[in-house]
Structures are given as structure tokens and as C-alpha cells.
Design a protein around this ligand. Structure first.
Ligand SMILES: *Cc1c(COP(=O)(O)O)cnc(C)c1O
Length: 364
């Protein structure tokens, strides 16, 4: 093996496959602002998710989150400045809330589900100051939509769901698109289905989709006057072309992913539990070690063997320099889980030899 085995090795559609769609732009001369390619991508994604008309594309997952927050909860107010956010997530979740004026307040997760317990969120002691609840589907695990819809009713606060990595959960029918609350996907290159940079909001409510599209285009409705708090969250036609080519590729890509997952499953027994698709997104192969010390020792061994690993969510958000300024509940589960999770290499075309090499470096 030469070079480093990357923890995730993206492969977007080949240039020639994208060019077929890009050629349409020479005639349309329409490059963004919800062009024909973006609308086609939305229609095809809606059909794939079993939710026709419920998808709006965005420039990134973060832009999708920001637009969904503005459309569903609006900006923070002095009376309700807080956003409840799990500590165990990627930085973008909290960044989007900040962009809409909220101060994150970090909550812990449950050891089994890795999500903040919806019933506990509904009776959070600081609920009176909360204007937004922002749960996450960590590593693309399928969200419990019924529990989250219940949370929104019981807490009496808008819920916006970050399902950034859960493309497969929706495409394979393990997650349902809600009419009651928006869920956002990331289509970044490190996700399993990608437009390079990109995102999407899933929301099966036509009126809400109208609000969302207004917010995503400077708050304009028809004209050129900002009528509500807005942003620019639109996906360009160039990115939509990549998405359409990626959809053409998707059936073959799924089959290739399934082969790689089998290689991991059939490999040597590992210390701890190996998390793979479809339980999580197949952008990840996560080894849940028995202790943080064991994970650190494994990481050192793998790096010595030139195999990259990643702590995808680091040590939780409050441990990061910027987010340390915000309030947080006690976080015993996040603090115990985060250091034990080791991201191993994953790619749709990870061959038998690299998988063997990765597994061989890990003592059972
Ligand atoms: C990838 C990811 C995002 C951010 O998406 P971008 O498209 O990179 O902006 C947000 N939240 C989670 C949980 C993610 O994994």
C-alpha cells in the first residue's frame, strides 16, 4: 500500500457525466436562483424519499440549516435567546443557530441512541428561555420522527432537525419526511451522496416550503424587497448538475458500498463494537472502543501503519475553543462516548487489501 489510507475518500460523478447536464446551461443561461437543474434534482430527490414536492436544495448543509431555522423559528428574541443543541454533533449545527442570533445551550445524549432524549428536552429546566430546539441524527442514524414531532408539541417550541448524514436513511425508507418540522441534509463531499458543496431541506408542507424559499433568497417574495429575515442559501445550477449525475450513479454506488460493508463485517473480530451502514451512514465506519485509552492506542497504531482515523465529532462541541463560551448541562455521556469512537477508513471502493490492513492493525 502506498501513501496514506484516507478515512474517507470521496468519488463524485465523473466530469463527463456532469458535463451532459452542464451543457443545458449554454442554452438556458440560467445559473442559479432555482433553475431547471435544481428543480429537477429536487423532484428526483423527493421521489427517492417518497415525499414528492418536499425537497428544497441549498448551497450547503449549513445554509440549509440556517434557512430552515429562519423559516420555522425565526431569529432569536431577547425573551428566548437559547437554542438547545446536543453536545455530540458537528460544528455546523451550532454555527447555524448562532447565525440566526441564538446562543447554543448544549445538552447531553443517551448512551444507546446517541441523541438527546426528546422527553427530557421537552422538560428542560431552561425551556422558558428557549426559542429553538435543534436535535441531530448523529452519523446519519435514522431519527425517531414521531418522538420529535411530539417534542415540538409538548415543549411548545419549534424543532429543526439536523439529519445531515442521513441520506441513506431517507433514500432507503428508514426515515420519514415530516410535514410538521424541517430536516436538513448535507450534500458535502464527505457525505455519501454529494454535490461537492450542497444541502437540502426536507419538509412536507407546501406553505412552509414557500417560506423557506423566500428566506433562502434574501427574504424576497417575487420582487426585490426583503420582507422577512433572509439569507442566500440557494444551490447553483453547477452543483445541481453534479447532483443529477450522482443520482444516475446511485444504484451502482449502493451496490459497491454493500460490498465494502461485507468486507468489514467478514473481517477479523475487533475489540469493541464496529458500527457500519445501514445502522449509520456508510460514509463512516466507527469502532466503539471499550475505553478512551484503548482508542488512543489504536489510533497511534493505525497512524503508524499510515491508516488515517478521525474523531468525527471531536470531544463534543463545548470542548472546542469557540463553543466553550456557551452554557451546557453536565455532559457525562458525551464526554465518555466521544473519546471511545474511532472513525476507520470507509469508501465505496475500499478494496479487500485496505480493509484487511486496517483490521490487521487493530488487535482483537
Ligand atoms: C456534514 C454535517 C453538517 C454540515 O454540512 P455542510 O454541508 O458541510 O455545511 C452539519 N451537521 C452534521 C451533523 C454534519 O455531519
Amino acid at each position: 500500500m502506498s501513501g496514506i489510507l484516507q478515512v474517507f475518500h470521496p468519488a463524485l460523478p465523473r466530469a463527463a457525466a456532469v458535463a451532459r447536464y452542464l451543457a443545458e446551461l449554454d442554452a438556458s443561461r440560467s445559473y442559479t436562483n432555482r433553475g431547471a437543474l435544481a428543480e429537477r434534482l429536487e423532484a428526483r430527490l423527493g421521489a427517492l424519499f417518497g415525499a414528492p414536492g418536499a425537497v428544497t436544495t441549498a448551497a450547503s448543509g449549513t445554509a440549509a440549516l440556517t434557512a430552515a431555522i429562519l423559516a420555522h423559528a425565526g431569529r432569536a428574541t431577547p425573551a428566548r435567546p437559547l437554542a438547545l443543541i446536543p453536545a455530540f454533533t458537528f460544528a455546523a449545527t451550532a454555527i447555524a443557530a448562532e447565525q440566526c442570533g441564538y446562543s447554543p445551550h448544549f445538552v447531553d445524549i443517551s448512551a444507546e441512541t446517541w441523541v438527546a432524549d426528546p422527553a427530557e428536552l421537552a422538560r428542560h429546566p431552561r425551556l422558558a428561555e428557549v426559542g429553538l430546539i435543534l436535535p441531530v441524527a448523529p452519523f446519519g442514524r435514522a431519527p425517531d420522527m414521531a418522538a420529535l414531532e411530539r417534542l415540538q408539541v409538548e415543549a411548545g417550541r419549534p424543532v429543526v432537525l439536523d439529519v445531515a448524514a442521513a441520506f441513506e436513511a431517507y433514500a432507503e425508507g428508514r426515515a420519514r419526511v415530516s410535514a410538521k418540522l424541517p430536516a436538513i441534509l448535507s450534500l458535502h463531499a464527505t457525505k455519501v451522496f454529494s454535490t461537492g458543496e450542497g444541502g437540502a431541506v426536507l419538509w412536507a408542507d407546501p406553505a412552509a416550503q414557500g417560506r423557506l424559499r423566500q428566506v433562502a433568497n434574501f427574504g424576497f417574495r417575487g420582487g426585490r424587497r426583503s420582507e422577512v429575515a433572509g439569507t442566500n442559501a440557494k444551490m447553483s445550477e453547477y452543483h445541481a448538475a453534479v447532483g443529477l449525475a450522482m443520482l444516475d450513479l446511485w444504484p451502482r454506488r449502493r451496490a459497491e458500498i454493500a460490498r465494502t460493508l461485507r468486507r468489514y463485517r467478514d473481517g477479523a473480530p475487533l475489540p469493541g463494537r464496529l458500527w457500519l451502514g445501514p445502522e449509520i451512514s456508510s460514509a463512516y465506519a466507527l469502532l466503539e472502543c471499550r475505553s478512551g485509552a484503548e482508542a488512543a492506542a489504536l489510533r497511534a497504531r493505525l497512524h503508524a501503519a499510515r491508516i488515517e482515523t478521525r474523531a468525527w465529532y471531536e470531544e463534543g462541541l463545548p470542548a472546542q475553543p469557540w463553543f466553550g463560551r456557551y452554557g451546557a448541562d453536565p455532559l457525562p455521556v458525551t464526554e465518555a462516548l466521544a473519546p471511545r469512537l474511532l472513525g476507520l477508513p470507509m469508501a465505496h471502493d475500499l478494496g479487500p487489501a485496505p480493509v484487511r490492513a486496517a483490521l490487521a492493525a487493530v488487535p482483537a
